[in-house]
Design a protein around this ligand. Sequence first.
Ligand code: SAM
Length: 269
Amino acid sequence: MPAWFSYTFFAVAVVLGSTALFFFTLTRGALLMRGAMGRLSHDAAHVYPIYSNMRLIRLVDWQPIISAILLFQYSHLVTIIAHGLRKDELRGKDVLITSCAFGNVIPRVVEASVKSGARKVLIADIIQNELDHAQTKLGDHAGHIVYLKDNAVAMRQPDASVQANVMFFLLHELPHHLKVDALSEAMRVLAPGGKLYLGEFHRPSPWLLRALSWTYFKVFEPYGLALWDSHDPVQQLQAMPGVTCERHTAFFGNFQVIVATKAKQQRHG
Ligand SMILES: C[S@@+](CC[C@H](N)C(=O)[O-])C[C@H]1O[C@@H](n2cnc3c(N)ncnc32)[C@H](O)[C@@H]1O
């Protein structure tokens, strides 16, 4: 075997191993440490350090890294949401983004909402640093945006107050009992006829991808696997009165965008 091949193989293994260790330490590893120290009781205890420490947020929030984490499907998933918003009748209405996310999803959602005539886009997150960071990406539409420090599982937003709500890869990070609360809050704040756009992981069809994905969740994101079955968001949303769902899957079923519509008028009797 030529020497250059061994060196390249070794270098790639070191880079991949260090990247995995970096992300493990700042995600699951940090939650394990918090659990061991008995510090899991406050509202934001499930939030990884990469979403709370400003230096880490700035370090990780780089579009190529974020796209790679979502297997280069990021842009496609955001496009499904942005197209949906562009078709919605948002004139004079408010749009909510429930929790910040890395990459350009927030600017693209804001842009699509404003072009559809939205009056305001409310951006809610439990971590102030995430809101401050989001603000740095949104100079062009500053006049349309309101930043809210709020908890997705117990929102301070009134009932029926927004016409669209975007939740991008939040659910898989929430402990299971909070997933249900976040979905019911997301539907509560929607006006009749309004839509929830939910980007998430989904159970892939090919067994090899499923095995790799399963391993990823077991190591890095222990709350994510339940979305495949016991906490399938479509089942949970459709169990709510008057909610209908469309599911779009991508990359052999590994990702999904769910569009959940709240009925215009609840049927009685
Ligand atoms: C949407 S998720 C992760 C998104 C995705 N992994 C990405 O590409 O960025 C991360 C965000 O959710 C926020 N978050 C977590 N729990 C929350 C909660 N209960 N209420 C509101 N925001 C929350 C975190 O502060 C962070 O900004």
